[in-house]
Design a binder for this molecule. Structure first.
Ligand SMILES: NC(=O)c1ccc[n+]([C@@H]2O[C@H](COP(=O)([O-])OP(=O)(O)OC[C@H]3O[C@@H](n4cnc5c(N)ncnc54)[C@H](O)[C@@H]3O)[C@@H](O)[C@H]2O)c1
Length: 469
């Protein structure tokens, strides 16, 4: 089994400059650069997994991971005690915890790997603590909440390749999406000129654009509100407001629509373009508040040229119902560009990469996730079809822990991608301004108050080794 001795490994000795060099070069290397296949000792025992966050997506993650024949569920953890009853019969050997710190401290030597499906603001604290203890980590998207967290998680994972990591972008294992990546990489539309991506979130999914809610209530006895807050600043509990699910639009807990959907939509175009860290960003929005992301926004991220781009390139993100026109994308007017998709505009044409297939109410697939492309005259382009095997994102990570596979969304890549998303999301707090991103200082140039967002501090008593600014 691929796992390190259960002593705390020393932190990475990377300087910022050497990491930035690494991050830039990472973008140019193949997707799975770190793992030498077959290097790990033969698999001879089960992977003992701790599952942190068991409601919502956590339940899906738990089901998939527990279905792998090599996994045993050693511990379950949630701040909502109702999960304990619900899962007790299903995983009788699992020890239950409300506090992940207690889980790792008490059960550290009986756990090989950790899966984190908590709200975004707790991903990095748990992931970094677990990795420093030598645990393999599967962490939901987006990887970190702040730019600093993403930078540090990527650096740690790069420096410790025996810790096997995977971000929870399960769509990256799907055949349609891997097909998109292959076509983009092999130059089907030539070098890239611009990338445009959009999502129908947050409208109708969760609240955004609201002032900080007033009032307070006593948390129910089954909920540990202080543990929910974790590293975030204190605020009073309110029923049906933050947890479950509705925390996404609040700056302290989530990443808004870009944080929620950007990883799924932008990961492969970002990788195919070989992008590094952004040099500049601008968010256009009118209703961001001091507590929540805006209801709709356009975010423009600029990057230096790479060998896969025609020159410096812009990634444009639209959400809350905003979308570019087909004409702006070089796509004929009668084409449905879908509600969550990305279009890569290249030298030879424009490629539409839908996020998902679409289904009718009877479960029949009515639209595919296969990419489509048009040349500059608007004529459909014939795209090569690759024979790709089925793959399971969760099991691929478990197989990676056993030394048998290379997880597709390992943290070295995920952290680089998610630093861009953190920068884009942060720009809504300085909306309608052109901002330069000083990647070395992790700041918007001339905007010192951006430090508190891009390198957000943790609540007193919740400091995490490896994640301090
Ligand atoms: N990959 C996907 O398709 C996908 C889909 C949905 C959500 N997600 C991601 O999964 C994560 C969870 O999202 P969700 O919609 O399930 O949220 P949710 O609020 O519905 O569920 C989160 C669960 O974690 C628990 N929790 C909260 N804080 C905790 C803590 N500190 N320790 C232990 N448990 C804690 C909650 O009680 C709840 O059971 C997010 O990062 C989200 O972005 C991914």
């Amino acid at each position: 089994m691929r796992h390190r001795a259960l002593t705390r490994p020393s932190g990475p000795s990377l300087t910022r400059r050497s990491f930035l060099r690494g991050a830039a070069s990472l973008a140019a290397v193949p997707l799975l650069p770190r793992l030498a296949m077959g290097r790990a000792p033969a698999w001879n025992s089960r992977l003992r997994l701790a599952k942190i966050g068991v409601g919502g997506m956590g339940e899906t993650d738990l089901g998939h991971l527990a279905a792998h024949p090599g996994v045993s569920i050693a511990a379950l953890c949630d701040i909502d005690a109702r999960g304990k009853q619900a899962l007790a019969g299903k995983y009788p050997d699992a020890v239950w915890f409300a506090d992940w710190r207690e889980l790792l401290a008490k059960l550290g030597d009986r756990v090989d790997a950790v899966c984190i499906s908590t709200p975004d603001h707790m991903h990095a604290p748990i992931a970094m603590t677990a990795m420093r203890m030598g645990k393999h980590v599967y962490c939901q998207k987006p990887l970190g909440h702040s730019a600093l967290e993403n930078r540090r998680l990527a650096a740690f994972a790069s420096a410790h390749p025996d810790v096997v990591t995977q971000m929870g972008t399960q769509r990256s294992a799907m055949i349609g999406r891997r097909h998109q990546l292959q076509l983009l990489r092999e130059g089907a539309i030539g070098r890239f000129k611009s990338i445009h991506a959009w999502s129908d979130r947050p409208a109708g999914w969760w609240p955004q654009g609201q002032p900080r809610p007033q009032g307070s209530a006593t948390p129910p006895e089954w909920l540990s509100w202080d543990l929910f807050l974790g590293v975030a600043p204190e605020r009073p509990f309110l029923p049906d407001r933050y947890t479950p699910f509705k925390w996404r639009g609040t700056y302290d807990f989530g990443g808004g629509a870009l944080g929620d959907m950007g990883c799924h939509i932008l990961d492969y175009p970002f990788l195919a373009a070989g992008l590094g860290l952004p040099t500049a960003v601008r968010c256009d929005a009118t209703d961001a508040t001091d507590d929540e992301y805006p209801t709709k926004e356009t975010i423009r991220l600029r990057y230096a040229a790479t060998p896969q781009t025609v020159g410096p390139i812009e990634v444009v993100w639209y959400d809350g119902g905003l979308r570019p026109s087909n004409a702006a994308l070089g796509i004929p007017d009668d084409v449905d560009i879908r509600s969550n998709a990305v279009v890569v505009v290249g030298e030879k044409g424009s490629m539409l990469c839908p996020l998902d297939p679409e289904w009718d109410k009877d479960g029949k697939q009515i639209k595919s996730d296969a990419p489509q492309a048009w040349d500059p005259s608007g004529k459909p382009m014939a795209l090569k079809l690759y024979a790709l095997n089925k793959r399971d994102h969760w099991h691929h990570w478990v197989d990676g822990c056993m030394g048998k596979a290379n997880p597709e969304a390992h943290f070295a890549f995920a952290g680089l991608l998610c630093e861009s998303l953190s920068v884009g999301a942060a720009a809504s707090q300085f909306a309608n301004r052109d901002l330069s991103y000083d990647a070395k200082a992790l700041l918007f140039t001339g905007v010192p108050e951006s430090k508190a967002i891009l390198q957000k501090p943790y609540r007193k008593g919740w400091e995490v080794e490896g994640l301090q600014a």
